[in-house]
Design a protein around this ligand. Structure first.
Ligand code: UDP
Length: 246
C-alpha cells in the first residue's frame, strides 16, 4: 500500500510508521524496479530549497521517511496529518533484522574502511545468518565507480545501504541507481558510524524528550554550522502556518 504523501515547504514526506516502512521495503524486494528510501529532516528541507539536484532526487524517491521530530511537528503544525518519527538510523537495523530472518542479501557502501568493516562485523554479530554479500568504503574515486557498479551488480543485493552523507549519497543514488541491479537502496548518512559504535546515539533521556538533535549538537559542536538550518526551518514553518491561518 502506498503511504499518504504530504509536502512540507515543498518537500514530499511519506506518513509511515516504522513497521509500515519495513513492510513496504520488503514488498519492493519482490518488485522489478530498484526503489529508493531517503530520510527527510529539517536540514535537508532547507538545503533542498536552494539545491535543485537534491530537490529532484527527493521528489523522485519512492519512500521519504520523516527522519526526526522537526518534520513530525511541522506536519502537525501545518495540519497536514499525523506523521511518526521513522529515523533512517533505526530503519536500517530493522531492515537488516528482516533480511536476516528472510534471507535477503545486503550490501554496505560508505564510511571509512574501518567503520565500514566494523559495521559489517556488528551486523553479523547482531543478526546471525544475515547475508552481507558485499561492502565498500565510501571514498571511491569517480574513475573507480564503474568497477564498483560492476561489483554491486555481481552481488545483486536485495538491499543496498549508501552511507555517504547528505547530499552526496542522494546525488550518488540518482546517478548510479539506474545502472544497478538492486531492489531497495536506502541513503543512511552517518548510520554506519552509529552501528560501528563510533558515534553514540543520544541517551534514552534525550530521546524520550525528542532532543536527540540537541544532544548531537552539544556533543559535536562541529555540527553547529549545519544546524543553523533548524531555526530557519522553524521560522519558515511558523510563517507558513500563519499564512495558512490568515
Ligand atoms: N562519507 C563517505 N564518503 C564521502 C563523504 C562522507 O563515505 O565522500 C561518510 C562519512 O565517513 C560518514 C558519513 O559519510 O560515515 C557521513 O555522516 P554524517 O553524519 O555527516 O551524515 P548525515 O547523516 O548527517 O547526512
Amino acid at each position: 500500500m502506498k503511504p499518504k504523501r504530504i509536502e512540507i515547504l515543498g518537500i514530499p514526506v511519506d506518513c509511515v510508521t516504522m513497521d509500515e516502512a519495513v513492510d513496504w521495503a520488503e514488498s519492493m524486494i519482490h518488485g522489478r524496479q530498484p526503489c529508493t528510501v531517503l530520510a527527510v529532516n529539517p536540514e535537508k528541507i532547507i538545503r533542498a530549497q536552494q539545491d535543485r539536484e537534491l530537490l529532484d532526487q527527493l521528489r523522485s524517491a519512492d519512500l521519504l521517511i520523516p527522519d526526526g521530530i522537526g518534520v513530525v511537528l511541522a506536519a502537525r503544525l501545518l495540519g497536514l496529518g499525523h506523521a511518526e518519527r521513522v529515523p533512517g538510523s533505526e530503519l536500517m537495523p530493522q531492515l537488516c533484522e528482516r533480511a536476516a530472518s528472510k534471507g535477503y542479501t545486503v550490501f554496505l557502501f560508505g564510511a571509512s574502511t574501518a567503520v565500514n568493516q566494523q559495521a559489517v562485523a556488528v551486523l553479523r554479530d547482531r543478526y546471525p545468518g544475515i547475508r552481507i554479500v558485499g561492502s565498500q568504503h565510501g571514498y571511491v574515486k569517480k574513475e573507480e565507480m564503474p568497477s564498483l557498479v560492476a561489483r554491486i551488480n555481481e552481488c545483486q543485493p536485495d538491499l543496498l545501504f549508501v552511507a555517504l552523507g547528505s547530499p552526496h549519497q542522494e546525488l550518488w543514488m540518482s546517478r548510479y541507481l539506474p545502472q544497478l541491479k538492486v531492489k531497495v537502496c536506502q541513503g543512511v548518512g552517518g548510520t554506519f558510524d552509529v552501528i560501528a559504535g563510533r558515534v553514540r546515539r543520544a541517551p534514552k533521556f534525550f530521546r524520550s524528550l525528542h532532543l536527540e538533535w540537541f544532544y548531537r549538537l552539544t556533543s559535536n559542536p562541529g555540527r553547529l554550522r549545519r544546524q543553523t538550518a533548524l531555526p530557519i526551518f522553524a521560522y519558515r514553518i511558523l510563517k507558513e502556518r500563519f499564512i495558512r491561518a490568515a
